[in-house]
Design a protein around this ligand. Sequence first.
Ligand code: ATP
Ligand code: MG
Length: 497
Amino acid sequence: MSLELKGITKRFGSFIANDAIDLKVADGEIHAILGENGAGKSTLMNIVYGLLQPDAGSISINQKVVQILQPADALDLGIGMVHQHFMLVPVFTVAENIVLGHEQTKRGILTLDQAKSKIKEIADEFKFDIDPDALIEEIPVGIQQRVEIIRALMYDAKVLILDEPTAVLTPQETDELLNMMRALRAKGRSIIFITHKLREVKEVADKITIIRRGKVVGSVAPTASQEELASLMVGREVDLIPDKSAVNAGSNMLVISDLNIFDTSGRKIVKELSLEIKAGEILAIAGVQGNGQSELARAIINLEPHVTGSIKLDSDEILGRSVSQTLQTGVAYIPESRELDGLIGSFSIAENLILDTHEFPPVASRGVMDMGYIKDNAQRLIKEFDVRTQSIYDTASSLSGGNKQKVVLARELSRSVKLVIASQPTRGLDVGSIEFVYNRLLAERAANKAILLFSTELDEVIALADRIAVIYKGEIVGIVKSDVTREKLGLMMAGVK
Ligand SMILES: Nc1ncnc2c1ncn2[C@@H]1O[C@H](COP(=O)(O)OP(=O)(O)OP(=O)(O)O)[C@@H](O)[C@H]1O
Ligand SMILES: [Mg+2]
C-alpha cells in the first residue's frame, strides 16, 4: 500500500508545526523521518493516524484521496500506529489488552480465544515470540511494545507508524525490533520509523526524510554518513565525543554503604551495595535495564519505601528523609520517566521549572510566590536549554517529547546542588541537544559536583564517565575505568565478574 501526503499544514495558534509537508511512502518500504526536537514529526504522524486534523493538505492511499477523521478511520484504511507512550493496561494479559483495542472499532468484539489464535497466527507469520497469557506488568518494555505492534497488525495494518519505538529499549531489544521491522517489510508492509538514533536509521531505512522547523528540508539515501544526517537535522555540525578534561576529583561526596532495597513482597532488588562518588567525578552505572538501577536512583532521593543501609551526602546521613528534604539538601534528580516523575503535564512550563523550589527563596518569600522571578527564570532557562515553545505559559503536555525532557534538565541542572542523579538524561533528545547535555554534565563535573549517571547507552557511558560500575541482579559486579572495551563491559553486564 502506498501512502502520500501533500501540502500537510498544521497550526497551533499562530505557530506552524507542519508547513506544507509532502511525503511519499512506497509499498514495502521502511521510511525514516528524522528531525530535531519539536520539528513536527509526531504532529504529522498524529494527523496521518486521525488524532489531529490538518489545516490544509491531503492524504492519499494508493493514489486515492482519503478522509481520516479519527483513528478508527486510519485503522480501517490499514494504517496502524504505535505511540511513544504505550497504551496498555498493566494488570491485563497480552490477549486481554489486544481484545480491549478491538472493542473500540467498528469491527465488533473478539472473544479471548479468537484473539489468542489470531495472536498466534501473527506471531507465527512474522516470527515474533509472545505469550498471550502473560501479564503486561510482568513483561519487559521490549515485549510490551511487541504487543502494541501485534495489536496494530490485528487490524491488518499495511502501513505501520512507529514513533520513537527504540527510545526506551535496551540495545538487545532494539536489535530485535529492527529485525521485526525487516520481517514486516519482507511481507510487503510499509513502516514509517521515527528515531533520533542515526545508527538505526542507517541500518534499516530504505529512505530518509528530514524535517526541520515544520518543513521538509531534504531526502537522503541511507548511505549518507551519520555526520551528514546530523548536520541536516539540526543545521550545524555535531560532536558526540566531548572533550573531557582530566578528572580532578575531590573528597567523597556520596557514600552508599550496605544498601538493601526491597520490593513490596520483601524480595531484595538491590543487595549489600556500596559505592562512593567524589566531588568532580562522574560515576556511571551500566547494566541491562531491570537490574536494580531504577530502584537505586529512587532510593537515593528517598522515593523507595523499603531500604536499609546508609546513604551519606557530604558526610550527612540522608536515608530516611522526605523526598523534598533530600532535594533541598542538594540533590538534582533527572528521573528516567519524565512523564511519571519529572513533569506535571497540566501545569505551565514556567511552573514546571520551579516544581521543587516553589516554597523557597528566591522563588517565594514568606509564602508568597514572586511571579516576576518565575517569569524571568522560565525565559532564561528555555533560552539556555533551547526549549521549543510558543510561550512559557503553555502547558508542559503541549511540548514535544524531547522538549519535555529539556524542561526537566533545565530545572534540575539549574539548581545549586552537590549531587546530580541523571537517569537516561538524553532519552528522546535530538543529536544537537545530546551534545548540549553532555557538555552541561561535564560543566557540572568541572564545578565539583558529584554525578551519578544511569544510562543504557554504552556510547554515552563511555563518553562521560570517569568510572563505570556495572550492576547485575542488584549487585555491583565490578568498577572499571572508561577506557574499558565494549566487549568487557558487555560481559560484565551479563554478570561475569
Ligand atoms: N497541542 C499543542 N498545542 C500547542 N503546541 C503544540 C501542540 N502539539 C504540538 N505542539 C508544538 O508543535 C511542535 C512540534 O511538536 P511535535 O511533537 O510534532 O515534535 P517532534 O518532531 O515529534 O519532536 P520530538 O523529537 O521532541 O518528539 C512543538 O514545538 C510543540 O510544542
Ligand atoms: Mg515526537
